[in-house]
Design a protein around this ligand. Structure first.
Ligand code: MRU
Length: 363
């Protein structure tokens, strides 16, 4: 997507051994790119959330593995690099999915061939992610078109949570792909962007990228969604997912579940943009089987922003000594999900429908 009119991707190989990312911790105040040259830098970028979002951490881990193999192509080197990269974040399944995809191809190769092959595979994964997100955009666009046809000249009001935008993928985004495609097709859309405490990925990232693409949007605090839905101000909710189970339970950024409950109570369609790389066919019960990442208290007790003088500062917003709890994700049961927008079309959130759509993935 575009930044100041220039097309960008979130991750870009520069030359063999160097991959460029956008440092997302600085957005929306600064747009800076950094170059990763070894696996440790890739692992740090994922753990510190310079890159984040399920599909993008998968692709970054793939490049990280290639960087590791440039130093040590042995079986032990391969296993150690996979372990290190897989340990960076526990919830999004894309990380393990990407590493496993590479492992299966790399393991039978000789040392001497692996680094080159891993670099090529990481690039293929990145291209595949763009194609998958674009297909999600096409399928989601049909939903938005239907609503637009009913609404005449009025905009289609869409609520989204966190950042499942192009910054969370290689390009297009998952939840935002239908929005960008609708906007580009001339359909009026107005996006309500949940700020998404504590890290504010909605207010900092989604608002930034929608603004750069010229999409009308309004930032709301996390607690407003229910009120908006009760007053008929939301036509459609679209969120992303970090891990969707074989029966359609959806794990996504903390607060997603409450939006799903409010949508259910108010008959607002609640769709999840779910690339198959985020579907974990090995588990059924999202509540019991998904490890929910817990992050540091400081993300809750402190906030960063620009002062009036233009300096980036971090301040504490809580009483000194108060304890904070920081679960990063929650699980929305399949029964609250209207449908999953996948690269193969819109799929009911049920084990049967998911198995029909992705028969080769059933375990
Ligand atoms: O903690 P984050 O910022 O990595 O969480 C991101 C989300 O929860 C996204 O909604 C999800 O990864 C889908 S991204 C297309």
């Amino acid at each position: 997507m575009r930044v100041e009119g220039v097309p960008f991707r979130t991750i870009r190989p520069l030359e063999f051994g160097a991959v460029e990312i956008i440092d997302q911790t600085l957005l929306p105040h600064a747009f800076e790119r950094i170059v990763l040259r070894d696996a440790e830098a890739a692992a740090r970028a994922i753990a510190d959330m310079q890159v984040r979002g399920a599909p993008l951490i998968g692709v970054t881990a793939a490049y990280g593995l290639a960087l590791a193999l440039m130093r040590d192509e042995s079986d032990a080197g391969l296993a150690a690099a996979i372990d290190m990269l897989a340990a960076t974040r526990p919830t999004a399944v894309n990380l393990r999915w990407a590493l496993e995809r590479l492992r299966v191809t790399l393991a039978p190769l000789q040392a001497g061939e692996r680094a080159q092959a891993a670099w090529r595979l990481a690039g293929e994964l990145a291209e595949e992610d763009v194609a998958v997100c674009s297909a999600i955009g096409d399928h989601g666009l049909s939903l938005i078109r239907e609503i637009a046809a009913r609404k005449g000249d009025a905009p289609v009001n869409i609520l989204t949570h966190c950042n499942a935008g192009w910054l969370a993928t290689v390009d297009w985004g998952t939840a935002t792909a239908p929005i960008y495609k609708a906007h580009d097709a001339g359909i009026r859309v107005d996006v309500y962007v949940d700020e998404t405490r504590p890290r504010n990925q909605g207010a900092s990232l989604t608002a930034w990228e929608l603004g750069h693409h010229g999409v009308a949007h309004t930032i709301v605090v996390d607690n407003v969604g229910g009120h908006l839905m009760q007053h008929g101000m939301i036509d459609l909710v679209i969120v992303g997912t970090d891990r969707t189970t074989a029966r359609g339970d959806v794990c996504n950024k903390i607060g997603t579940y409450l939006k799903a409950l409010a949508a259910y109570d108010n008959d607002v369609p609640f769709f999840v943009a779910a690339p198959s790389s985020s579907i974990d066919f090995a588990i059924e019960d999202g509540l019991r089987e998904i490890e929910i990442e817990q992050r540091g208290q400081r993300e809750v007790t402190h906030m960063s922003g620009l002062t009036e003088a233009g300096h980036l500062e971090t301040v504490r917003i809580t009483p000194e000594g108060s304890h904070a709890l920081n679960y990063a994700f929650d699980v929305t049961p399949a029964r609250l999900v209207t449908g999953l927008i996948t690269e193969r079309g819109i799929v009911e959130a049920s084990p049967q429908a998911l198995a029909r759509a992705f028969p080769e993935r059933v375990v």
